[in-house]
Design a protein around this ligand. Structure first.
Ligand code: NAD
Length: 566
């Protein structure tokens, strides 16, 4: 863990609510509130140490940096831009009213030096922080942020492998943290049984309290039996057990049991967050502090055991996929040659969505009123009456999702839909149907803003997995289009050295200027995802580009010239 936050005194932060400005513009106000919301104890995994989620993903580098950021945002003029370098405010520059109010760069290192060891050394000196994805880009909204994506992934798994949904099937996974905690609910919403291990009982308890997890079983064999019985009975049920994942998988192998599906969302992207087998949480914390190199070595050797067990279960007939934490890569680097025997979730289930510019789009009500989110839910159903899946999702979300921090909603929308939704939100603010402006952003689990060869860009048709020009172009396009804040990150999701990605957030404050910015930003951001996949040769993306009238200067014969704008 980084030295700066753990040495700081605990503080409690909560975003202001309502429609009274503490800053000079709604863009700066939204940035201020979302930074604070990321650190709200209802939202963040370890707010006292400034950890938002994703292992050690932070929104700001230290409490001193937090105070300076809040002061800078409060004073920021409508034609100024605040610069954040890995969670520390480093300057305010004169730009113009349509420019982003904040530009953020997180965890970036020159490729030759982009190693975990070098990053950790810089973090120990207080020079850098790990921004993960939406932590460092100030648009984390709690576990809901990943819920629909996780739901869609398990839905696709059910369709592809089990002829429909997950009814009567048991899914084994691990990691019940900020994002992984969405797994039990996503599986039960698909009708299946989820058996989930987390080495930290308090994480299971937190998800149980927030209704993402149904029950916690105190004993491993009882938990396994309970999961199998629930599956046989066709019950949709989630069961948590507080053990190391390796203990669970090895017990399944010993007992000759084969789950229907198997995945994992432990924090394997970070060798210092993943917990080695054979250590209690307290022992792990002590070893991490006293001998970080030994901790890392034990962590990697547990990951090898972990992936070996997953491959055994694959061979026995489980449907196995990697869930975006770079676990296979770690095991492969440590010498397990068959670590990539199972696919990542993007090529397995999600890529067709990316070809349409679809991905986790999200918004939060700055009023703090749940009613504003429900008003938007209803307005969206009117805007897209033909979208049955959207209707199902919104009604399920309303009945099952508990808000964390500012009320928020996640929803997968694609090119065309996002701009229409953004303009609608602006109109709801303008006409007073919602009580305060709405802040709109997205995950970095995204179609056009991420280069991550073991995740978002795994197995691209043209082999362009590791090219990060697209992520850079995305950040530049969001800036040029007038997003309210734009960020560029390294290492999110999969760890230092393995990804580069960009984030953007835009505020609907009801003004005509916001209308114009929303139209540009929410068209151009998903458009880049369609262009990225069209350029790689995906027919579905080429068709989408053609339908939406995107200009592809070298599109060849696949895009009819008549449909491309002059
Ligand atoms: P987190 O740090 O909030 O939670 C990780 C959890 O794993 C913790 O509760 C921890 O106790 C548990 N854990 C660690 N080692 C363990 C072990 N050996 N056995 C059992 N439990 C163990 O992280 P998060 O935000 O939930 O993210 C989890 C991982 O998923 C990260 O690597 C993240 O990058 C990845 N992720 C994937 C997606 C996706 O859509 N696929 C999205 C977000 C995050």
């Amino acid at each position: 863990m980084t030295a700066t936050p753990s040495n700081s005194p605990p503080r409690v932060v909560r975003a202001p609510r309502g429609n009274r400005l503490t800053c000079k513009t709604w863009q700066a106000e939204a940035a201020l509130r979302m930074l604070m919301n990321n650190l709200d104890p209802e939202v963040a995994e370890d707010p006292a140490n400034l950890i938002v989620y994703g292992g050690r993903g932070q929104a700001v580098r230290s409490w001193a940096a937090f105070d300076a950021t809040v002061a800078a945002l409060t004073q920021l003029e409508p034609d100024e831009t605040l610069l954040m370098q890995s969670g520390k405010p480093v300057g305010v520059l004169r730009t113009h009213p349509d420019a982003p109010r904040v530009l953020l760069a997180n965890s970036n290192l020159v490729p030759h030096w982009a190693t975990q060891a070098h990053f950790d050394e810089l973090a120990r000196k207080g020079l850098i922080m790990f921004g993960q994805m939406t932590a460092g880009s100030w648009i984390y909204i709690g576990t809901q942020g990943i819920l629909q994506g996780t739901f869609e992934t398990f839905a696709a798994c059910g369709r592809q492998h089990f002829g429909g949904d997950l009814r009567g099937r048991w899914v084994v996974t691990a990691g019940c943290g900020g994002m992984g905690g969405a797994q039990p609910l996503a599986v039960t919403l698909n009708g299946g049984v989820c058996l989930i291990a987390d080495v930290d009982a308090s994480k299971l308890e937190r998800r149980r309290k927030d209704r993402y997890l149904d029950e916690i079983c105190p004993e491993l064999d009882v938990a396994i039996d309970r999961a199998r019985q629930a599956a046989s009975a066709g019950e949709a049920r989630s069961i948590g057990v507080a053990v190391n994942v390796v203990e669970l998988l090895e017990r399944l192998l010993q007992r000759n049991l084969t789950p229907d599906a198997l995945t994992d969302q432990t924090s394997a992207h970070d060798v210092h967050s993943y917990v080695p087998a054979g250590l209690s949480l307290a022992e792990a914390a002590a070893l991490r502090a006293s001998a970080p190199d030994e901790y890392a070595a034990r962590s990697v050797s547990t990951m090898v055991q972990h992936v070996q067990a997953m491959v055994h279960l694959l061979e026995r007939g489980s449907v196995v996929f990697d869930y975006g934490n770079n676990l296979r890569q770690r095991a492969h680097e440590a010498g397990f040659a068959r670590a990539f025997a199972f696919p990542g979730f993007v090529p397995a289930y999600i890529r067709p969505e990316f070809c349409l510019g679809r991905g986790p789009f999200r918004w939060a009500a700055l009023s703090g009123l749940a009613e504003d989110i429900y008003t938007i839910d209803a307005a969206l159903l009117e805007l897209f009456p033909q979208d049955a899946a959207l209707g199902r999702w919104l009604s399920m979300a309303r009945s099952r999702v508990q808000f964390q921090g500012l009320p928020a909603r996640i929803c997968w929308l694609g090119l065309g839909q996002r701009a229409r939704a953004g303009v609608l939100f602006n109109e709801l603010v303008r006409t007073g149907r919602v009580a305060a402006p709405i802040v709109i952003g997205r995950d970095h689990l995204d179609c056009g803003s991420v280069a991550s060869p073991n995740r978002e860009t795994e197995g691209m048709l043209d082999g362009s997995d590791a090219i990060s020009d697209w992520a850079l172009l995305n950040a530049l396009v969001a800036t040029a289009s007038g997003a309210s804040w734009v960020s560029f990150h390294h290492g999110g999701g999969v760890g230092i050295g393995y990804s580069q990605h960009a984030g953007q957030v835009i505020v609907a404050d009801g003004s005509p200027e916001a209308h114009a910015r929303l139209t540009r930003v929410l068209t151009n951001d998903p458009a880049l995802g369609v262009l990225r996949h069209a350029d790689a040769g995906y027919e579905r993306a080429l068709d989408c580009a053609s339908r939406e009238g995107l200009v592809l200067p070298m599109s060849g014969a696949s895009v009819p010239a008549a449909k491309v704008k002059p």
